[in-house]
Design a protein around this ligand. Structure first.
Ligand code: GLN
Length: 266
C-alpha cells in the first residue's frame, strides 16, 4: 500500500479494496484529518506515529512518540528465543520471562501470544511507554499474562539479593547506538525517544549491565536473548567471555545477513 492508502485505510477503518469503490468520499472532518496526517509526514514524522499503530509478528501494536517503533529485526529475536526455549526447557514448565525495556511492549506481547503458559514481567523506566505497552497488552488480550513495572534496569538487577525471584529467560532489545552517533542517524529515527536509542559512550552500556545482572537473576539452565546493533557482535562476544558465567553464546543473522541477535546460555 502507498502511504496515502495506509493513511486512508487507517482513517476510514477499511481495507485497501474499499478505497476504490465509487461511493468512497471523505467527510470534511476526514479530509481535514488526512491533510493534517500528510503535513505531519511531510515534516518528517515517522508514518507509524501518524497512523498510531504498526504490526509486529501479525499483532497490532499501538505506537506514539514515547516508544521505539517495533522493527522487523526484533521479530527474529522473538522467534529465535521461542525456538531456543522449546529446546532447553521442558514443555510443561510455566516459564517466567522478563522483557527489559519493554517500550511498546511488542516483545512481551508476542511472547505471551506464542507461549500462552508463560508469565512475563515487562519493565521500563518510562511511564509513558508503560501506558502504551499496557494498552497493547489489552488490545491483544494478553494483559493477564504480563506484569508491567516501572523500573530501571540497574535497580532491577541490584535488588537481586533482596528479591529471590528468578527467570528462565531474560530478553531485551536495549538502546545500542553510541551516544556520539545518534546525531548521524536519519532524521526520522531521531524522532524516536532518545532513551530508547542511546547505548552510552561505547553503545554497549546496557549489555554490560544485562550480562552482569542476568547471571544473578537467571535460572540454570537459563537464556539471555539480546538484540544488538551493527558491528557489535565482537564487543558482545568479548563481554560474554570476560563475564565468564555463561556456557555459550550463539549469534544469529538478520534479513540482511548481519549479526543481530545473541542467545547467551547459562
Ligand atoms: N522492547 C522494545 C522494542 O523492541 C523497545 C526497545 C527500546 O526502546 N530500545 O521495540
Amino acid at each position: 500500500m502507498t502511504e496515502t492508502e495506509l493513511m486512508l485505510t487507517s482513517l476510514l477503518n477499511c481495507r485497501r479494496l474499499d478505497l476504490y469503490r465509487d461511493s468512497l468520499s471523505l467527510t470534511p472532518s476526514q479530509a481535514q484529518t488526512l491533510k493534517a496526517m500528510r503535513s505531519r509526514r511531510a515534516a518528517g514524522e515517522p508514518l507509524q506515529y501518524i497512523l498510531g499503530e504498526t504490526d509486529f509478528m501479525g499483532y497490532p501494536i499501538r505506537v506514539n512518540s514515547a516508544v521505539l517503533i517495533p522493527r522487523p529485526e526484533t521479530e527474529i529475536l522473538v522467534t529465535q528465543t521461542q525456538q531456543a526455549m522449546q529446546k532447553i526447557f521442558p514443555l510443561d514448565d510455566t516459564m517466567h520471562i522478563i522483557d527489559v525495556g519493554t517500550g511498546s511492549g511488542c516483545i512481551a506481547i508476542a511472547l505471551a501470544k506464542l507461549i500462552p503458559s508463560c508469565r512475563i514481567t515487562a519493565i521500563d523506566v518510562s511511564l509513558e511507554a508503560l501506558a502504551c505497552a499496557r494498552e497493547n497488552a489489552l488490545l491483544n488480550a494478553v494483559e493477564r499474562q504480563i506484569n508491567f513495572q516501572e523500573m530501571d534496569m540497574d535497580i532491577f538487577f541490584n535488588q537481586s539479593h533482596a528479591v529471590a525471584k528468578t527467570f528462565q529467560v531474560i530478553i531485551a532489545n536495549p538502546p545500542y547506538i553510541p551516544t556520539a552517533k545518534i546525531a548521524d542517524l536519519p532524521a526520522e529515527v531521531r524522532q524516536e525517544p532518545w532513551a530508547a536509542l542511546d547505548g552510552g559512550i561505547d553503545g554497549i552500556r546496557f549489555y554490560r549491565a544485562l550480562l552482569a545482572g542476568a547471571r544473578l537473576r537467571l535460572t540454570s539452565p537459563g537464556l539471555l536473548a539480546l538484540e544488538f546493533g551493527d558491528g557489535q557482535e565482537r564487543q558482545i562476544a568479548d563481554l560474554v567471555s570476560e563475564n565468564g558465567h555463561y556456557k555459550n553464546c550463539q549469534f544469529l543473522l538478520d534479513y540482511t545477513q548481519t549479526p543481530r541477535v545473541a542467545l547467551i546460555y547459562r
